[in-house]
Design a protein around this ligand. Sequence first.
Ligand SMILES: C[S@@+](CC[C@H](N)C(=O)[O-])C[C@H]1O[C@@H](n2cnc3c(N)ncnc32)[C@H](O)[C@@H]1O
Length: 420
Amino acid sequence: MGAENSADIAPGAVVAQDAIDANDASDADDQPFRSIEDDDVVRVARTMDSLRKRLSSIESGMDEKPDWIHLQANCRLDRLRHDELEEILSRMHRCVLRGFRANNVDIAKRKERRKYWTTVAQHGFHDFSERGWKKCYDSPFVENYDYITAYLEGGIEALDPFRVYSAVLGTHDYGPEDFVTTRLCREVDSFIEPMSGTADFSYQGHFRYPDFRYLMFDLDPAAKQHVEAMPWLPQTERQYVISDVLEEKIWQHAKSFTATKSLSYIGKQSHHIFNAKQLYRLLDVATRYVDYFMLETPQVALPSDMDEVDEMTRPEMEDAGFETGLIDEKDGAANPFTNRMSFRLEVSNARRSRTLFNYHDWTLWSQPTLVAMARMLGLNVVYFHPDYEQFMNVDNTEEVEESDCMDNVTFLLFTRHPTG
Ligand SMILES: C[S@@+](CC[C@H](N)C(=O)[O-])C[C@H]1O[C@@H](n2cnc3c(N)ncnc32)[C@H](O)[C@@H]1O
Protein backbone atom coordinates (compact mmCIF):
# COMPACT_ATOMS: atom_id res chain seq x y z
CA MET A 1 0.00 0.00 0.00
CA GLY A 2 1.86 3.07 -1.16
CA ALA A 3 -0.05 6.30 -0.70
CA GLU A 4 2.16 9.35 -0.94
CA ASN A 5 1.74 11.84 1.83
CA SER A 6 1.99 14.90 -0.33
CA ALA A 7 1.58 16.07 -3.84
CA ASP A 8 3.67 17.88 -6.42
CA ILE A 9 2.26 21.31 -6.82
CA ALA A 10 2.36 23.04 -10.15
CA PRO A 11 5.37 25.11 -11.03
CA GLY A 12 4.42 28.69 -10.39
CA ALA A 13 5.95 31.90 -9.14
CA VAL A 14 8.26 30.73 -6.41
CA VAL A 15 8.69 34.07 -4.68
CA ALA A 16 6.30 36.95 -5.25
CA GLN A 17 8.54 39.57 -6.82
CA ASP A 18 7.20 42.46 -4.81
CA ALA A 19 7.80 40.52 -1.67
CA ILE A 20 11.56 40.17 -1.93
CA ASP A 21 13.83 42.45 0.05
CA ALA A 22 15.20 45.24 -2.09
CA ASN A 23 18.74 43.86 -1.84
CA ASP A 24 17.72 40.26 -2.42
CA ALA A 25 18.03 38.71 -5.81
CA SER A 26 15.39 36.17 -6.84
CA ASP A 27 16.15 32.78 -5.39
CA ALA A 28 14.25 30.96 -8.10
CA ASP A 29 17.40 29.25 -9.41
CA ASP A 30 18.33 27.49 -6.23
CA GLN A 31 14.80 26.98 -5.01
CA PRO A 32 14.98 23.76 -3.03
CA PHE A 33 11.32 23.51 -2.12
CA ARG A 34 8.34 22.53 -4.11
CA SER A 35 6.70 25.57 -5.61
CA ILE A 36 4.01 27.38 -3.77
CA GLU A 37 0.80 29.12 -4.67
CA ASP A 38 1.25 32.03 -7.07
CA ASP A 39 -0.25 34.47 -4.63
CA ASP A 40 1.73 33.40 -1.56
CA VAL A 41 3.85 36.22 -0.18
CA VAL A 42 7.41 35.21 0.72
CA ARG A 43 9.89 37.41 2.56
CA VAL A 44 13.54 36.54 2.17
CA ALA A 45 16.14 37.12 4.91
CA ARG A 46 19.82 36.60 4.19
CA THR A 47 21.26 37.62 7.57
CA MET A 48 20.06 37.24 11.15
CA ASP A 49 20.04 41.03 11.45
CA SER A 50 17.72 41.43 8.49
CA LEU A 51 15.48 38.68 9.86
CA ARG A 52 15.29 40.39 13.25
CA LYS A 53 14.50 43.72 11.56
CA ARG A 54 11.80 42.10 9.50
CA LEU A 55 10.25 40.48 12.57
CA SER A 56 10.33 43.79 14.46
CA SER A 57 8.52 45.60 11.70
CA ILE A 58 5.85 42.88 11.51
CA GLU A 59 5.50 42.90 15.29
CA SER A 60 5.08 46.68 15.33
CA GLY A 61 2.39 46.48 12.65
CA MET A 62 4.48 48.32 10.01
CA ASP A 63 4.65 45.21 7.82
CA GLU A 64 1.93 42.68 7.09
CA LYS A 65 2.51 39.04 7.96
CA PRO A 66 3.84 37.18 4.90
CA ASP A 67 2.78 33.62 4.18
CA TRP A 68 6.38 32.42 4.41
CA ILE A 69 9.76 33.68 5.53
CA HIS A 70 12.62 32.18 3.55
CA LEU A 71 15.97 32.09 5.35
CA GLN A 72 18.94 32.06 3.02
CA ALA A 73 22.73 32.57 2.90
CA ASN A 74 23.99 33.73 6.32
CA CYS A 75 20.62 33.69 7.99
CA ARG A 76 21.35 30.31 9.60
CA LEU A 77 19.32 28.77 12.37
CA ASP A 78 21.97 26.07 12.85
CA ARG A 79 24.46 28.67 14.05
CA LEU A 80 22.28 29.96 16.88
CA ARG A 81 22.58 29.03 20.52
CA HIS A 82 19.62 27.00 21.77
CA ASP A 83 18.01 29.96 23.58
CA GLU A 84 18.48 32.18 20.51
CA LEU A 85 16.88 29.54 18.29
CA GLU A 86 13.91 29.32 20.65
CA GLU A 87 13.53 33.10 20.66
CA ILE A 88 13.60 33.35 16.84
CA LEU A 89 11.15 30.47 16.43
CA SER A 90 8.68 32.04 18.86
CA ARG A 91 8.87 35.35 17.03
CA MET A 92 8.54 33.74 13.60
CA HIS A 93 5.46 31.84 14.78
CA ARG A 94 3.72 35.14 15.54
CA CYS A 95 4.93 36.79 12.33
CA VAL A 96 4.04 34.35 9.54
CA LEU A 97 0.76 33.04 8.21
CA ARG A 98 2.12 29.68 6.97
CA GLY A 99 5.70 29.09 8.08
CA PHE A 100 9.34 29.33 7.15
CA ARG A 101 11.84 27.67 4.89
CA ALA A 102 15.48 27.16 5.81
CA ASN A 103 17.33 25.02 3.31
CA ASN A 104 20.66 26.30 4.59
CA VAL A 105 20.53 24.24 7.79
CA ASP A 106 23.32 21.69 7.72
CA ILE A 107 23.96 19.74 10.91
CA ALA A 108 26.37 16.83 10.61
CA LYS A 109 25.92 15.22 14.02
CA ARG A 110 22.86 13.06 14.51
CA LYS A 111 22.21 14.13 18.10
CA GLU A 112 22.39 17.82 17.26
CA ARG A 113 20.17 17.33 14.20
CA ARG A 114 17.64 15.60 16.40
CA LYS A 115 17.74 18.45 18.90
CA TYR A 116 17.17 20.99 16.14
CA TRP A 117 14.21 19.02 14.78
CA THR A 118 12.54 18.63 18.17
CA THR A 119 13.10 22.29 19.07
CA VAL A 120 11.44 23.50 15.88
CA ALA A 121 8.58 21.00 16.25
CA GLN A 122 8.02 22.05 19.87
CA HIS A 123 7.70 25.67 18.75
CA GLY A 124 4.68 25.11 16.56
CA PHE A 125 6.10 24.19 13.14
CA HIS A 126 6.08 20.82 11.38
CA ASP A 127 7.92 19.76 8.23
CA PHE A 128 5.48 16.99 7.24
CA SER A 129 4.63 19.10 4.21
CA GLU A 130 7.34 19.43 1.59
CA ARG A 131 6.75 23.15 1.36
CA GLY A 132 8.76 23.99 4.46
CA TRP A 133 8.17 24.23 8.20
CA LYS A 134 4.47 24.88 8.42
CA LYS A 135 1.84 25.82 10.99
CA CYS A 136 -1.94 26.09 10.86
CA TYR A 137 -2.81 29.20 8.86
CA ASP A 138 -2.32 32.28 11.07
CA SER A 139 -2.98 30.17 14.17
CA PRO A 140 -2.28 31.97 17.44
CA PHE A 141 -1.67 28.63 19.14
CA VAL A 142 1.80 27.11 19.39
CA GLU A 143 1.11 23.43 18.87
CA ASN A 144 3.70 20.85 19.74
CA TYR A 145 4.44 18.55 16.78
CA ASP A 146 7.30 16.70 18.49
CA TYR A 147 6.59 12.98 18.70
CA ILE A 148 10.27 11.98 18.83
CA THR A 149 11.09 12.96 22.41
CA ALA A 150 8.53 10.44 23.71
CA TYR A 151 10.41 7.70 21.84
CA LEU A 152 13.78 8.83 23.19
CA GLU A 153 12.41 8.70 26.72
CA GLY A 154 10.21 5.61 26.58
CA GLY A 155 11.03 3.63 23.43
CA ILE A 156 8.62 2.26 20.86
CA GLU A 157 5.74 1.79 23.32
CA ALA A 158 5.83 5.49 24.15
CA LEU A 159 5.22 6.61 20.55
CA ASP A 160 1.81 8.22 20.00
CA PRO A 161 0.22 6.27 17.11
CA PHE A 162 -1.84 9.25 15.86
CA ARG A 163 1.23 11.45 15.68
CA VAL A 164 3.34 8.90 13.82
CA TYR A 165 0.43 8.27 11.45
CA SER A 166 0.07 11.98 10.84
CA ALA A 167 3.80 12.48 10.23
CA VAL A 168 3.98 9.79 7.54
CA LEU A 169 0.51 9.81 6.01
CA GLY A 170 -0.93 13.29 6.46
CA THR A 171 -2.13 15.12 3.37
CA HIS A 172 -0.38 18.25 4.52
CA ASP A 173 0.07 19.88 1.15
CA TYR A 174 -3.68 20.17 0.63
CA GLY A 175 -6.24 21.99 2.68
CA PRO A 176 -9.76 23.37 2.41
CA GLU A 177 -8.37 26.49 0.71
CA ASP A 178 -7.41 24.42 -2.34
CA PHE A 179 -10.97 23.29 -2.89
CA VAL A 180 -13.17 26.24 -1.89
CA THR A 181 -11.24 28.56 -4.16
CA THR A 182 -12.19 26.48 -7.21
CA ARG A 183 -14.91 27.71 -9.58
CA LEU A 184 -17.05 24.71 -8.71
CA CYS A 185 -16.96 25.09 -4.91
CA ARG A 186 -16.75 28.86 -4.49
CA GLU A 187 -20.13 29.07 -2.71
CA VAL A 188 -19.18 26.47 -0.10
CA ASP A 189 -19.34 27.75 3.47
CA SER A 190 -19.90 24.47 5.34
CA PHE A 191 -17.49 21.56 5.67
CA ILE A 192 -18.60 18.05 6.46
CA GLU A 193 -15.82 15.66 7.51
CA PRO A 194 -17.11 12.07 7.77
CA MET A 195 -14.82 9.38 9.27
CA SER A 196 -12.96 12.38 10.57
CA GLY A 197 -10.68 10.71 13.16
CA THR A 198 -8.40 13.53 14.26
CA ALA A 199 -10.24 15.92 11.89
CA ASP A 200 -7.11 17.58 10.52
CA PHE A 201 -8.98 18.96 7.53
CA SER A 202 -11.58 20.80 9.59
CA TYR A 203 -9.20 21.86 12.32
CA GLN A 204 -6.63 23.32 9.95
CA GLY A 205 -9.35 24.81 7.76
CA HIS A 206 -11.09 26.70 10.53
CA PHE A 207 -8.10 29.00 11.08
CA ARG A 208 -8.43 30.15 7.49
CA TYR A 209 -12.22 30.14 7.41
CA PRO A 210 -13.38 30.72 10.98
CA ASP A 211 -16.86 31.78 9.79
CA PHE A 212 -17.56 28.51 8.02
CA ARG A 213 -19.49 25.72 9.70
CA TYR A 214 -17.75 22.43 10.50
CA LEU A 215 -19.50 19.11 11.06
CA MET A 216 -17.25 16.16 11.86
CA PHE A 217 -18.37 12.63 12.59
CA ASP A 218 -16.80 9.28 13.39
CA LEU A 219 -17.54 6.08 15.30
CA ASP A 220 -14.66 6.57 17.71
CA PRO A 221 -15.40 8.48 20.94
CA ALA A 222 -11.64 8.74 21.67
CA ALA A 223 -11.19 10.64 18.40
CA LYS A 224 -14.02 13.01 19.36
CA GLN A 225 -12.41 13.61 22.74
CA HIS A 226 -9.03 14.22 21.10
CA VAL A 227 -10.49 16.75 18.63
CA GLU A 228 -12.55 18.59 21.22
CA ALA A 229 -9.48 19.02 23.41
CA MET A 230 -7.65 20.88 20.62
CA PRO A 231 -7.44 24.68 20.80
CA TRP A 232 -10.15 25.84 18.36
CA LEU A 233 -10.96 29.48 17.71
CA PRO A 234 -13.95 30.08 19.99
CA GLN A 235 -16.27 31.75 17.47
CA THR A 236 -16.30 28.85 14.97
CA GLU A 237 -19.54 26.93 14.65
CA ARG A 238 -18.64 23.24 14.90
CA GLN A 239 -19.95 19.85 15.98
CA TYR A 240 -18.26 16.47 16.39
CA VAL A 241 -20.90 13.74 16.34
CA ILE A 242 -20.53 10.01 17.01
CA SER A 243 -22.21 8.43 14.02
CA ASP A 244 -21.92 5.77 11.35
CA VAL A 245 -21.22 7.27 7.93
CA LEU A 246 -23.46 4.61 6.40
CA GLU A 247 -26.57 5.89 8.24
CA GLU A 248 -28.81 8.21 6.24
CA LYS A 249 -29.77 10.29 9.27
CA ILE A 250 -26.28 11.75 9.68
CA TRP A 251 -26.50 13.03 6.12
CA GLN A 252 -29.90 14.55 6.85
CA HIS A 253 -28.26 16.27 9.79
CA ALA A 254 -25.46 17.48 7.51
CA LYS A 255 -28.07 19.09 5.26
CA SER A 256 -29.72 20.96 8.13
CA PHE A 257 -26.29 21.99 9.47
CA THR A 258 -25.25 23.49 6.11
CA ALA A 259 -25.42 27.28 5.78
CA THR A 260 -25.32 27.76 2.00
CA LYS A 261 -23.41 24.95 0.28
CA SER A 262 -21.50 22.03 1.72
CA LEU A 263 -18.34 20.17 0.80
CA SER A 264 -17.87 16.75 2.36
CA TYR A 265 -14.32 15.37 2.51
CA ILE A 266 -13.22 11.86 3.45
CA GLY A 267 -9.45 11.95 3.88
CA LYS A 268 -6.69 9.36 4.13
CA GLN A 269 -8.54 7.09 1.74
CA SER A 270 -10.74 5.90 4.59
CA HIS A 271 -13.49 4.80 2.18
CA HIS A 272 -11.35 1.77 1.30
CA ILE A 273 -12.72 0.18 4.44
CA PHE A 274 -16.08 -0.36 2.70
CA ASN A 275 -17.23 -3.12 0.41
CA ALA A 276 -18.74 -2.34 -2.99
CA LYS A 277 -22.37 -2.25 -1.81
CA GLN A 278 -21.58 0.00 1.12
CA LEU A 279 -19.55 2.42 -0.96
CA TYR A 280 -22.14 2.51 -3.74
CA ARG A 281 -24.89 3.30 -1.25
CA LEU A 282 -22.70 5.91 0.47
CA LEU A 283 -22.17 7.75 -2.83
CA ASP A 284 -25.90 7.66 -3.50
CA VAL A 285 -27.08 8.78 -0.06
CA ALA A 286 -24.41 11.38 0.73
CA THR A 287 -24.84 13.23 -2.57
CA ARG A 288 -28.55 13.65 -1.83
CA TYR A 289 -27.74 15.76 1.22
CA VAL A 290 -24.38 17.46 0.58
CA ASP A 291 -23.59 19.56 -2.46
CA TYR A 292 -20.11 18.19 -3.13
CA PHE A 293 -18.83 14.83 -1.89
CA MET A 294 -15.08 14.35 -2.18
CA LEU A 295 -12.83 11.34 -1.59
CA GLU A 296 -9.05 11.37 -1.30
CA THR A 297 -7.93 8.60 -3.63
CA PRO A 298 -4.50 6.99 -4.05
CA GLN A 299 -2.20 7.48 -6.99
CA VAL A 300 -3.32 5.52 -10.02
CA ALA A 301 -1.45 2.21 -9.85
CA LEU A 302 -2.09 -1.47 -9.69
CA PRO A 303 -2.09 -2.33 -5.98
CA SER A 304 -0.80 -5.78 -6.89
CA ASP A 305 2.39 -4.10 -8.20
CA MET A 306 3.09 -2.40 -4.90
CA ASP A 307 5.94 -3.54 -2.69
CA GLU A 308 5.38 -5.81 0.27
CA VAL A 309 6.93 -3.15 2.46
CA ASP A 310 6.38 0.53 1.80
CA GLU A 311 9.21 2.28 3.61
CA MET A 312 8.00 5.52 5.25
CA THR A 313 10.80 6.39 7.66
CA ARG A 314 11.29 10.13 8.05
CA PRO A 315 14.75 11.64 8.72
CA GLU A 316 13.97 12.49 12.34
CA MET A 317 12.85 8.90 12.92
CA GLU A 318 16.13 7.64 11.49
CA ASP A 319 18.05 10.04 13.72
CA ALA A 320 16.10 8.80 16.72
CA GLY A 321 16.76 5.15 15.79
CA PHE A 322 13.52 3.69 14.50
CA GLU A 323 11.81 2.94 11.20
CA THR A 324 8.23 3.12 9.97
CA GLY A 325 6.57 1.27 7.13
CA LEU A 326 3.32 0.02 5.67
CA ILE A 327 3.77 -3.74 5.63
CA ASP A 328 1.62 -6.40 4.01
CA GLU A 329 0.06 -8.85 6.43
CA LYS A 330 0.85 -12.53 5.83
CA ASP A 331 -1.07 -13.41 2.65
CA GLY A 332 -2.22 -9.76 2.57
CA ALA A 333 -0.82 -8.78 -0.83
CA ALA A 334 -3.40 -7.19 -3.10
CA ASN A 335 -5.52 -9.52 -5.19
CA PRO A 336 -5.23 -8.22 -8.77
CA PHE A 337 -8.87 -9.08 -9.53
CA THR A 338 -10.44 -7.52 -6.44
CA ASN A 339 -7.80 -5.09 -5.11
CA ARG A 340 -8.46 -6.63 -1.72
CA MET A 341 -5.48 -6.40 0.64
CA SER A 342 -4.43 -6.39 4.32
CA PHE A 343 -1.53 -4.45 5.77
CA ARG A 344 -0.37 -2.63 8.88
CA LEU A 345 1.46 0.54 9.87
CA GLU A 346 4.47 -0.67 11.86
CA VAL A 347 7.30 0.98 13.76
CA SER A 348 10.45 -0.96 14.55
CA ASN A 349 13.96 -0.61 15.90
CA ALA A 350 16.84 -3.07 16.20
CA ARG A 351 15.14 -4.85 19.10
CA ARG A 352 11.43 -4.89 18.46
CA SER A 353 8.48 -3.82 16.38
CA ARG A 354 4.99 -2.52 17.13
CA THR A 355 1.86 -2.39 14.99
CA LEU A 356 0.24 1.04 15.24
CA PHE A 357 -2.74 0.50 12.92
CA ASN A 358 -4.19 -2.50 11.12
CA TYR A 359 -5.86 -2.26 7.75
CA HIS A 360 -7.55 -5.62 7.28
CA ASP A 361 -9.80 -6.43 4.35
CA TRP A 362 -9.16 -3.11 2.71
CA THR A 363 -10.26 -2.70 -0.89
CA LEU A 364 -8.32 -0.24 -2.96
CA TRP A 365 -11.12 1.41 -4.93
CA SER A 366 -9.46 2.50 -8.11
CA GLN A 367 -10.53 5.66 -9.92
CA PRO A 368 -12.14 3.78 -12.85
CA THR A 369 -14.34 1.81 -10.45
CA LEU A 370 -15.39 4.98 -8.62
CA VAL A 371 -16.15 6.72 -11.90
CA ALA A 372 -18.20 3.71 -13.00
CA MET A 373 -20.16 3.76 -9.72
CA ALA A 374 -20.83 7.48 -10.18
CA ARG A 375 -22.14 6.90 -13.69
CA MET A 376 -24.40 4.07 -12.61
CA LEU A 377 -25.84 6.44 -10.02
CA GLY A 378 -26.20 9.32 -12.49
CA LEU A 379 -23.71 11.48 -10.56
CA ASN A 380 -21.30 13.97 -12.05
CA VAL A 381 -17.69 13.21 -11.20
CA VAL A 382 -14.64 15.47 -11.50
CA TYR A 383 -11.08 15.38 -10.15
CA PHE A 384 -8.84 18.08 -8.65
CA HIS A 385 -6.02 19.09 -11.01
CA PRO A 386 -3.16 20.61 -9.00
CA ASP A 387 -1.72 22.60 -11.93
CA TYR A 388 -4.98 24.36 -12.74
CA GLU A 389 -6.18 24.32 -9.12
CA GLN A 390 -9.63 23.44 -10.45
CA PHE A 391 -11.90 20.45 -10.62
CA MET A 392 -11.66 18.98 -14.10
CA ASN A 393 -13.56 16.63 -16.32
CA VAL A 394 -12.34 13.04 -16.01
CA ASP A 395 -12.99 12.46 -19.73
CA ASN A 396 -10.26 14.81 -20.99
CA THR A 397 -7.41 12.34 -21.45
CA GLU A 398 -4.75 14.93 -22.27
CA GLU A 399 -5.40 16.89 -19.08
CA VAL A 400 -5.60 13.76 -16.96
CA GLU A 401 -2.23 12.64 -18.33
CA GLU A 402 -0.70 16.03 -17.46
CA SER A 403 -1.94 15.85 -13.89
CA ASP A 404 0.22 13.99 -11.37
CA CYS A 405 -2.44 11.33 -10.76
CA MET A 406 0.06 8.52 -11.43
CA ASP A 407 2.44 9.71 -8.71
CA ASN A 408 0.34 11.28 -6.04
CA VAL A 409 -2.97 11.27 -4.24
CA THR A 410 -5.89 12.70 -6.18
CA PHE A 411 -9.28 13.97 -5.13
CA LEU A 412 -12.46 12.78 -6.82
CA LEU A 413 -15.61 14.85 -6.32
CA PHE A 414 -19.15 13.55 -6.82
CA THR A 415 -22.14 15.81 -7.17
CA ARG A 416 -25.70 16.09 -8.45
CA HIS A 417 -25.01 19.70 -9.48
CA PRO A 418 -23.74 20.54 -12.97
CA THR A 419 -19.94 20.68 -13.06
CA GLY A 420 -19.57 23.11 -15.98
C1 LIG B 1 -7.78 6.14 8.78
S1 LIG B 1 -8.82 7.03 9.88
C2 LIG B 1 -8.95 8.49 8.90
C3 LIG B 1 -9.18 9.71 9.62
C4 LIG B 1 -9.41 10.97 8.76
N1 LIG B 1 -10.28 10.70 7.61
C5 LIG B 1 -8.15 11.64 8.33
O1 LIG B 1 -8.06 12.12 7.20
O2 LIG B 1 -7.22 11.75 9.15
C6 LIG B 1 -10.38 6.23 9.61
C7 LIG B 1 -11.47 6.71 10.58
O3 LIG B 1 -12.74 6.18 10.10
C8 LIG B 1 -13.54 5.87 11.23
N2 LIG B 1 -14.61 4.95 10.78
C9 LIG B 1 -14.48 3.66 10.34
N3 LIG B 1 -15.68 3.17 9.96
C10 LIG B 1 -16.58 4.18 10.14
C11 LIG B 1 -17.98 4.29 9.91
N4 LIG B 1 -18.67 3.27 9.43
N5 LIG B 1 -18.57 5.47 10.20
C12 LIG B 1 -17.87 6.50 10.69
N6 LIG B 1 -16.53 6.46 10.93
C13 LIG B 1 -15.90 5.31 10.66
C14 LIG B 1 -12.55 5.29 12.22
O4 LIG B 1 -13.05 5.36 13.54
C15 LIG B 1 -11.32 6.19 11.99
O5 LIG B 1 -11.29 7.28 12.87
